[in-house]
Ligand binder design. Structure first.
Ligand SMILES: CC(C)(COP(=O)(O)OP(=O)(O)OC[C@H]1O[C@@H](n2cnc3c(N)ncnc32)[C@H](O)[C@@H]1OP(=O)(O)O)[C@@H](O)C(=O)NCCC(=O)NCCS
Length: 143
């Protein structure tokens, strides 16, 4: 049975194995936990003590929120978990004026089904910073 929670209490890095599939230089589970802690909002999907999916949002808390990360472990995909994580996050952010995310075109139908609308965007990607574990990173996970 999948359970959903917004608290990170009692969540340890070793419960976060297996994410960032396909990323050439992924964050470690320790850095992943720090990313979750620093997000404005997080929803986790757990099966037993294992985290099998998560979504984060960053926000100014007044008008604007951005959803940078949504992932469900490959063995748990296609069971509605990603949709439920998004549904819960969008409910959390329902008082915001703008809630944005970027995705590949093939995922636009998925996000449309949870109530988002298509747009276009711009971005910068510093791939040498993808793991978050850079010598100048200012977070406790790497100190
Ligand atoms: C996108 C993702 C979170 C969906 O999670 P999920 O738990 O499988 O989602 P749901 O079960 O609620 O919905 C699945 C549906 O989403 C759509 N979908 C999921 N991944 C898709 C993809 N890569 N391309 C096109 N459609 C996709 C399909 O319609 C799918 O339907 P199906 O189960 O009949 O095949 C998951 O595939 C994932 O973690 N992908 C890798 C990370 C990623 O791409 N994150 C989004 C970044 S913008």
């Amino acid at each position: 049975m999948i359970q959903y929670q917004t608290s990170l209490e009692h969540i340890q890095a070793d419960q976060l194995e297996g994410f960032f599939v396909g990323w050439p230089n992924p964050p470690t589970p320790v850095t992943h936990l720090e990313i979750l802690r620093r997000a404005a909002h997080v929803v986790l999907a757990l099966e037993g003590s294992s985290v099998v999916g998560f979504v984060t949002a960053i926000s100014d808390g007044i008008l604007c929120a951005y959803i940078p990360l949504l992932e469900v472990l490959p063995g748990h995909q296609h069971q509605g978990i990603g949709s439920e994580l998004m549904r819960r996050m969008l409910e959390t952010l329902s008082e915001m004026y703008m809630v944005d995310l970027l995705c590949d075109p093939d995922l636009q139908a998925f996000y449309s089904r949870v109530g988002m609308q298509e747009s276009s965007g711009m971005l910068v990607r510093n791939f040498d910073r993808q793991s978050g574990n850079h010598p100048t990173s200012n977070h406790s996970a790497v100190r």
